[in-house]
Design a protein. Structure first.
Length: 250
């Protein structure tokens, strides 16, 4: 609907991008916000072009986007926090960083998706296919930033003005960059030492210690549910692995 409203005539398919075979179509630029949460088939897709087997929908979207990008193509994907550190995240990003330059991560402010997905903490990852990752630059637009609300503190372009300046004019992330308080770079060797987990923080979020700045109880509950769902996903994958091993032994 949004594409039509902006004068674009997209090719729309009725189907499932993750659980159906790759159509073989390649793209120069992909901007996507995969569905959050764990609702769905809740099983690993049987895709020959997926290297890592996982039931996590968002991590499967990352693999899907990698596979349908043209060489030199670029992508920006919105992902919840747990996708940067959960069980299979390191494996997926390890492969991504070999085939692509994951040059930038933007940590979005709390409440970015209010009122639709309250409490969800999210990020945007930017990468280009065909160049391996040497440095990952992370911009923290969340720490010590008042949470977004629908009426009093709505999300505005001003929230990202400094990030855009730090990012640079080159959409492929190759502009000359300088570190600032909220913008730091991490070499691939540091990322490897963390087993490719990308939940990296360096700013102390003082707002979380201020009772007046704490998120609403509903938002905190939503955050807790999101994190618990990620743990449940990990446990389900362990159970599936054990069941497969038992079937092999039989």
């Amino acid at each position: 609907m949004n594409l039509f409203l902006h004068g674009l005539e997209p090719k729309i398919y009725l189907g499932d991008s993750i659980y159906e075979p790759n159509r073989g179509e390649l793209y120069n630029c992909i901007l996507t916000n995969p569905p959050f949460g764990t609702k769905g088939a809740n099983q690993a897709p049987e895709r020959e072009d997926f290297t890592i087997e996982t039931s996590n929908k968002q991590l499967n979207f990352v693999q899907h986007v990698m596979n349908i990008l043209k060489p030199g193509g670029r992508a920006a994907i919105v992902l919840p926090d747990n996708c940067l550190f959960e069980n299979k995240a390191g494996e997926v990003f390890g492969i991504l960083m070999q085939d692509c330059s994951l040059h930038t991560i933007l940590r979005l402010p709390r409440g970015t998706f209010t009122p639709y997905s309250q409490g969800v903490k999210a990020n945007v990852i930017f990468f280009q296919k065909g160049r391996f990752t040497e440095y990952v630059w992370i911009y923290d637009a969340r720490s010590n930033v008042p949470g977004i609300t629908k009426k009093d503190r709505p999300l505005t372009p001003q929230h990202f003005a400094e990030f855009e300046k730090c990012y640079g004019k080159d959409p492929n992330g190759t502009s000359r960059r300088e570190p600032v308080e909220r913008f730091r770079k991490f070499h691939i060797t540091e990322i490897k030492e963390r087993n490719y987990k990308l939940d990296i923080t360096w700013l102390k979020d003082e707002s979380l210690e201020d009772a007046d700045e704490l998120p609403d109880p509903q938002d905190l509950a939503s955050e807790a549910i999101t994190e618990l769902e990620a743990v449940v996903d990990d446990l389900k994958e362990i159970v599936e692995l054990v069941e497969k091993e038992e079937d092999v032994e039989k």
